[in-house]
Design a protein around this ligand. Structure first.
Ligand SMILES: Cc1ncc(COP(=O)(O)O)c(C=O)c1O
Length: 379
C-alpha cells in the first residue's frame, strides 16, 4: 500500500536514492572501522569521510576544512548560534519570525542562558522586513541568522543583502539552508556567508546526518564535548555511512541541478496554476523567489488536517505546514507571521515535490484535489 503512495511531502523528508544507499552500505557491514583507528579499516573510513567532505565543500564553494559533519540540521543550527553567541563581547542573536524551531528554540535556550535574541518580522510573503532588520542591528549582535528558504511557504531570502547587513554591524551571518541546499544557487564565498546549516534527509541522503559550514577564522566553540572529532567542534565517533551518503547525495544533486531545478519549477508552477482555479483557494508565500519544490495553499471552509488525511486515503502523501507541527491544532508560526488568521492558517495544504516526481504524479494529484476539497467542505 505504502509503496504505491504518490509522494508530495519532500520538505518533510525525501526518499534515499538507491545510489546513495549503495554507496553507504559497505560502511555498515564491510568497511566498518572507526575513522580514528590506526589500521586499514580505520584508514578506509577516514578516506571515505575525506571524499564526502570534499563533495559537500564543492556544493557550497568552500574548503573541505570548513565543513563539520553533525547529526542534522537541528544540531548544525544549535552549534552555529550557541557556539558563537557571547564571543567578542557580543551577546545578542538576531533572527526572523519564520525560522524553523531549530533556530527559534535555540534562541529561547540562549535567553535562558542570559543572552538576548531579537526576532524580526517578515512581510505578507515571508520576506524579511529590511527596515525592521536595520533598526534592530547593532554592535552587540553576535550573529544574524536568516533561513535561505522557508520550509512551509518556500520564500527564498536575499542572502547577499542579509550578509551585507550583518557585516555592516560586525556580526556573523548564518543561514539555515536545510531546504535551500542543492535547490538554490548558494555560494558561501560570493554570498558572504559565515556559517551555513544543511541536512542529509532533505536531499535524498539518510536521516540523522547534516553539516555545518564555518568560514575559516570564525570564533566558535563546541556545544558537546568528548573525543575531539571534527576538529573539536563536534565530538562523537563519526556517522560514516551517513557521511558517505550525504557526500554522494550532494554529488548527484549538484551534477543534475541545472536540469532538475527548472523541471521542478515547471511542475511547481503547473500545480499552482491549476490549484488556484479551485474556488476559494489562495497561495501562501510568493509567486517569484520561491523554492523550486514548494507549493502551499489555503482553502476556504476546509480543515487542512482533514484534507491531508483524505488525500492519504487516496494515495497521496502531503502535509499541512511542517512535519514538526503536523499533529498540532495550533496554527503554524510561519503562517501567523505572514498575517494569516487562525482559521486561514488551519485551512492549508503543503505540496512539496522532488526531482523524482513525474508529470503523471501531478496529473493524478490535480485530478483528485477538487473532489477531496469539495468533500471536506461538505462534511
Ligand atoms: C528549515 C529547516 N531547518 C532545520 C530543520 C531540521 O533538520 P533535521 O531534521 O536534519 O534536524 C528542518 C527540517 O525540517 C528544516 O526544514
Amino acid at each position: 500500500m505504502v509503496s504505491r503512495m504518490r509522494y508530495f511531502d519532500n520538505a518533510a523528508t525525501t526518499q534515499v536514492l538507491p545510489e546513495v544507499a549503495e554507496a553507504a552500505y559497505p560502511y555498515f557491514c564491510d568497511n566498518y572501522g572507526n575513522p580514528s583507528s590506526l589500521h586499514d579499516l580505520g584508514f578506509d573510513a577516514a578516506d571515505a569521510i575525506r571524499t564526502a567532505r570534499a563533495s559537500v565543500a564543492r556544493g557550497l564553494n568552500c574548503y573541505p576544512s570548513e565543513i563539520t559533519f553533525t547529526s542534522g540540521g537541528t544540531e548544525s543550527d544549535n552549534i552555529a548560534l550557541l557556539g558563537t553567541v557571547g564571543k567578542r563581547g557580543r551577546n545578542r542573536i538576531v533572527t526572523t519570525a519564520i525560522e524553523h524551531s531549530a533556530i527559534l528554540e535555540t534562541c529561547a535556550e540562549a535567553r535562558r542562558r542570559g543572552f538576548e535574541a531579537t526576532i524580526v518580522p517578515v512581510d505578507s510573503e515571508g520576506f524579511v522586513d529590511v527596515p525592521a532588520l536595520d533598526s534592530v542591528m547593532g554592535d552587540d549582535v553576535s550573529v544574524l541568522s536568516v533561513m535561505s528558504a522557508n520550509n512551509v511557504i518556500g520564500t527564498e531570502q536575499d542572502l547577499r543583502e542579509m550578509s551585507r547587513i550583518a557585516h555592516e554591524h560586525g556580526a556573523l551571518f548564518h543561514t539555515d539552508a536545510v531546504q535551500g541546499f542543492t535547490k538554490m544557487d548558494i555560494d558561501v564565498k560570493r554570498d558572504g556567508i559565515d556559517m551555513l546549516s544543511l541536512s542529509g534527509h532533505k536531499i535524498h541522503a539518510p536521516k540523522g546526518i547534516g553539516a555545518l559550514f564555518v568560514k575559516t577564522g570564525t570564533e566558535i566553540s563546541p556545544i558537546v564535548f568528548g573525543g575531539g572529532q571534527e576538529r573539536g567542534l563536534r565530538s562523537s565517533t563519526e556517522n560514516v555511512p551517513g557521511i558517505v551518503g550525504l557526500g554522494k547525495a550532494t554529488e548527484i544533486a549538484m551534477a543534475s541541478m541545472a536540469e532538475d531545478v527548472p523541471r521542478m519549477v515547471r511542475m511547481r508552477d503547473r500545480i499552482i496554476d491549476s490549484v488556484l482555479e479551485i474556488e476559494g483557494s489562495a497561495l501562501n508565500g510568493p509567486r517569484d523567489r520561491r523554492l523550486c519544490n514548494n507549493t502551499h495553499f489555503r482553502f476556504e471552509g476546509v480543515k487542512g488536517t482533514d484534507l491531508v488525511l483524505k488525500l492519504n486515503r487516496l494515495g497521496f502523501a502531503t502535509s499541512t505546514a511542517s512535519a514538526c507541527s503536523a499533529g498540532d491544532t495550533e496554527p503554524s508560526h510561519v503562517l501567523s507571521a505572514i498575517g494569516l488568521n487562525a482559521e486561514q492558517a488551519l485551512s492549508s495544504l503543503r505540496v512539496t515535490i522532488s526531482q523524482l516526481n513525474t508529470d503523471e504524479d501531478i496529473d493524478a494529484l490535480l485530478g483528485a484535489l477538487p473532489g477531496a476539497i469539495a468533500e471536506c467542505r461538505s462534511q
